[in-house]
Ligand binder design. Sequence first.
Ligand code: EPZ
Length: 456
Amino acid sequence: MDHFVINGGSRLCGRLTVKGSKNATLPLMAAALLTDRPVMLQDVPDLADIRNMVGLLSELGCKVDFSPATSLDAAGGTMLLHATDESQSHARYEIVRTMRASICALGPMLAKRGFARISMPGGCAIGDRPVDLHLRGLAALGAEIQLHQGDIVARVPGGKGGRLRGARIFLGGPSGSTVLGTANVMSAAALAEGQTIIESAACEPEVVDVAKLLNAMGARIRGAGSPRIIIDGVESLGGAEHRVIPDRIEAGTYMCASAMTNGDITLDNCPMDALMAASDAFERIGLIVAPETGPAAAGRDPMRQTVRVTSARALSPVELTTQPHPGFPTDLQAQIMALLCLADGNSIITERIYPERFLHVAELSRMGAKIVRQGSTAVITGVRKLVGAPVMASDLRASACLVLAGLAAEGTTIVNRVYHLDRGYEQMEERLRALGASIERVREKQAAPAGETVAV
Ligand code: EPZ
């Protein structure tokens, strides 16, 4: 298992291109199962999760040709997907346990093939990851769903020739809606007979991106990005080309990196339109996120802006609560906690999506952070400095948080188990080094611990 060696204290300065969104790419790839025509994706990031998804789709009869980007400055590579063989429709436990997001293949496969069998994803380091809303939504469309030996077995009455039927579906759960659940139900409803209304749909930008691809394939979807999505089913979908939206979580992570090192970073391809809650928090803390001006900025897509990120010398404490979009994203909670460890005063973070998503707290404390956790709330008392130490990554965003802390800390930090990081950050050490960080990856022969369910 590889680890990072980080010597903290360098100011990060320079320019960085935000890569395509991992959490959009995964359901966009799964959407290729809805057609027997080719689907082309641009700006695809080269990540462990993406390569896992390539493996899963290949097993499900979808040919995938992925040409990763060849330059650090590119937003991503090109991926051609073509589902040609529908004979194998079982997403096995061995693959699903490595990436619970495999569940997003359920809706497309069921709607196109009339049958789908997919291992029930387990929980993971950030908490239980139920899929009851996914199953409730698909059942409302007429699917017959059973659990068999740890697998979800779903059938459309009438099999391959049968069709799901449109329905009015409430997808709200105890923590709001479900992102991949909305993608699953929306994808399945695209081929259903009649109209489907999804109430309490997830409003995340990644859902909007999936709806955009589905409409390019011939679907008739309205309202994506709002809590009510209306889908008028069609008989079949064709191929399409689509450019993946930039990764708002990666962008927010590097903004924290700039502020924690008193740096000066310019981000290209930055989805500011999807970062309003995070921008609000950053501004209250003392970050200055300045959009580029002048003729180059005129007419630029609000989801692909160029911004310069600097910060006040003294960072201010804030109170924030993670919420479904457009609220503050849970996927930036660990990273902003690292930033708030250096603020002048007490901050409060409440985690409403995954109440257990605090495995990074103990590791930050090893670096001198002062954090008290009470249930789903953490109180962070800013300290003058963090001190380097060996720490253990536990999940994707916690590992990013520990890298950020190491960049700011005095002395050397060893971040162990960076395979977690490789799931969602492409070439992080190279890109940080290009900004002036002292960071090295030490490769170790031992792979990830067998049987560990790593899933986001
Ligand atoms: C997506 O996961 C993201 N992953 C997660 O990012 C992100 O944290 C999450 O959305 C919330 O924004 C991908 O897109 C691949 P949910 P998803 O279903 O869709 C509860 C990362 O770091 N729930 O929106 O699986 C659930 O327990 C990862 O990149 C149910 O109760 O999340 C949670 O509290 C981590 N029943 C809340 O809803 C269900 O059937 C949100 O879950 C489904 C979810």
